[in-house]
Write a protein that binds this ligand. Structure first.
Ligand code: GTR
Length: 421
């Protein structure tokens, strides 16, 4: 009996300590001293001096992110088929062309399909296009009542143990405020979006569904997680866009919010076909520095979402100081292409300052590549974007994507792609 009580006490104390350890720090004065890895120093200690050196150093950094953070994504050796499901010429009250495309990814006897929803301005060609995953289905992005609800989703809802009501047609337009389609189209941009659950359902399922199950790879501590899968899915959409004559694939901006911002950053790092990357409130494991241990930490993200990153990432739970990379280096992998990082002032969980500092510490790589210096060293005031090849803003308010955020992305991209404002 005594023994049992002791065991019980041990477990209670242990679980209290464990829960305690994931309590978030929001106090700047408690940020520990930390040293960031220098993206411009090779593993062997030699400095990176030229653009040619950078291509080699980039490989070192990229491999570390694959091995220790996101996991290795497989090469796509299967075949991709596409089918136009619908076309509408006068969409969004006549200003847009809309189409829905089903992508079928086939590997041996395994198949998965994704639906892509595309809006383009009706009367212009070769426009820059924002590509991103959405959280609630393509029909949730638009208020147009004839946008398809993916069948994969309705049919599988129960089997997949997804407990919310996303498959429900009532979700139509639910995410529309995050995708201001009319404004985007009116400013001369296109939009392509895909439901992230079509690529990989977002729960810890042992990787038996989504794009993971297309491959017979024996999983280990470096195997890809869901964030890498969403990023990989965005590259498969890019494969399709390359076959679509209406799209200029030299101007595709990969963007995402929150966990999908993490995916957009990794997609932009892994696939240099993306011309620009937008990270909206991507936070921990996205744009925010891990070693600051502010808001969400490596331990808390791996604990809450064990399926997002590779298992190796867990080695750094509460041991961020041992991480051989930090997230400024993820931004540096995008160089010399533009990256726009945005924070929300009330989104302390995503560590706005940590997101800003990533921009600061990625800057030397952009400078080496001739892209000019990120021009701020202190956090800018609210609603005061710092624009350049690395851009950053923090707006008032909560974790979300707002019209203000979109206007900033479009202001920067208009100049970059030489559009009229
Ligand atoms: C939170 C998670 C964040 C962020 C967010 C989201 O629960 O802790 O890392 O990704 O979800 O995606 O909305």
């Amino acid at each position: 009996m005594k023994k049992l009580t002791l065991i019980l006490i041990f477990f209670i104390v242990h679980s209290c300590l464990f829960a305690q350890s994931f309590v978030a720090n929001y106090d700047e004065s408690k940020v520990p001293p930390y040293t960031l890895p220098d993206p411009l120093i090779f593993k062997d200690g030699k400095p990176v001096k030229s653009k040619k050196d950078w291509r080699k150093r980039r490989k070192e950094i990229f491999s570390l992110f694959e091995k220790e953070v996101f996991g290795y994504s497989p090469q796509w050796i299967g075949s991709t088929k596409s089918e136009i499901l619908s076309r509408k010429d006068g969409a969004l009250n006549g200003i847009a062309k809309r189409k829905e495309v089903r992508l079928e990814l086939v590997n041996g006897n395994k198949t998965i399909s994704l639906n892509i929803l595309i809006y383009l301005p009706k009367n212009s060609k070769d426009v820059p296009l924002f590509l991103g995953c959405n959280f609630n289905g393509n029909h949730a992005v638009s208020t147009e009542t004839d946008v398809l609800i993916p069948d994969s989703w309705v049919g599988n809802d129960k089997n997949l143990h997804i407990t919310d009501h996303r498959a429900n047609p009532e979700g139509r337009g639910k995410e529309a405020s995050r995708w201001p389609l009319k404004e985007i189209i009116s400013r001369g941009f296109g939009v392509a979006t895909v439901y992230y659950g079509d690529i990989d359902p977002d729960f810890d399922d042992g990787f038996n569904n989504g794009v993971h199950q297309l491959f017979d790879v024996k999983r280990d501590s470096t195997s890809w997680g869901s964030v890498a899968a969403w990023a990989w899915g965005l590259s498969r959409v890019m494969d399709y866009l390359e076959t679509d004559r209406e799209i200029n694939t030299g101007k595709v901006i990969v963007m995402g919010h929150s966990r999908l911002g993490k995916a957009a950053l990794w997609a932009g790092a892994a696939d240099e076909r993306f011309a620009m990357v937008v990270s909206n409130n991507s936070g921990c494991g996205g744009a925010a520095l891990s070693k600051r241990i502010f808001g969400e930490t490596v331990g808390s993200i791996n604990n809450a979402f064990p399926h997002w990153y590779c298992m190796n990432f867990r080695k750094y739970n509460q041991k961020e100081e041992l991480l051989p990379v930090d997230q400024h280096e993820l931004l540096s992998l995008i160089a010399p292409r533009p990256v726009y990082v945005a924070s929300a002032a009330e989104d302390a969980w995503a560590d706005p300052k940590g997101e800003f500092l990533s921009c600061v510490f990625a800057s030397p790589v952009y400078e080496l590549l001739g892209e000019g210096k990120f021009s701020a060293s202190d956090m800018p005031p609210l609603n005061t974007p710092v624009l350049g090849t690395i851009s950053y803003h923090v707006r008032p308010g909560k974790h979300d994507v707002t019209l203000y955020d979109w206007n900033c992305y479009m202001d920067f991209a208009s100049g970059y792609f030489k559009l009229k404002r």
